[in-house]
Design a protein around this ligand. Sequence first.
Ligand SMILES: [Zn+2]
Length: 349
Amino acid sequence: MSGNIPSESQLSVGVEVGPTSTLVALVDATANVIAQEAIPRDAVAKKNIAAALHLVRRLCAEAGITVPDLKAIGICHPGVVSSHNGTISFASSLGIGGTPYPLGAVVEAQTGVPTVVDNVATASALGVAHHNTFHEFHVSREFAVNYEPEWKNQRADFAYLSLGFSLAVGLVLNGYVRRGTVVEGEIGHIPIQPGGLPCHCGQRGCLERYASRSAISRLWPAGGEGDDAITTMFDAAASGNAAALAASSEFADAVATAIRIVILSSGVHGVAIGGPLASAGEPLIAAVRAALDRHATHSPFIEGLGLPSRVDLAPPDVPVGAIGAAALASGDYASPLMVPQVYTIRDTP
Ligand SMILES: [Zn+2]
């Protein structure tokens, strides 16, 4: 808890639904997290929502406000998210299939508070930009020197690369989040190797097969299936294990390829790496920068882009998804052509 609680109208709630837990944060207009708490995710969407809203009510009560005092609720969610109508589909971990689930309308009906739903990577991109606008930079000095002025003016031009079970990117362009028409940020399904490894999307050689948790499991089977396998891989590489060195180098090459695709296609100034695998920390970012250097060896064009200095880790231990979701719900960060819809309160479906 912060000792400084601003007026009720400035407080919003950000909810980040993750693969194993749901994080709820009470956030003010300058990206201060007043309170936050995570609860284990329930595999049934309705139970998950009920538990999250119970936590929202408790955090509000502890902060001395009621739920109707909130300015807005922002939810970022895995799966296919329609920010325009607040629905979720293909979120298998919550038992949601191809029939869109009206999450925004359900939460609005139960709280009476305007609610916005968005993609996790998109919300996290805005969360990093928003956090860095109001707080001390957690990124490297070089990165901060290059990009601080734009963030201070809230005209961030910036990408968030989410590394985890899947590979996705969120974009903040000229201060606004980029929302796709049908799909957004799914760079994991760009094929990079013709005839390469099969992907669950039905294609072969998708980038996600080389730069995600499944790639770590394949390259470094000694690490097991969990998110900490990447840490054991870099630890073993640091102690000179030849297999771990080869695995970490191949993985970093794929992440570096993702970064080149993002910067070459969108022209953003910088990329922050987040998601569960970013917990590997400094060894990961060092390996990615080394890979970007290798990729530039024979290309004056790539070398001239200065890619290693344009990538860094997202601020650790900051709930950037929840901060970004709260900002999206309460502020003016969606591009003018794609303003988030505020759902009409109606009966719970
Ligand atoms: Zn794919």
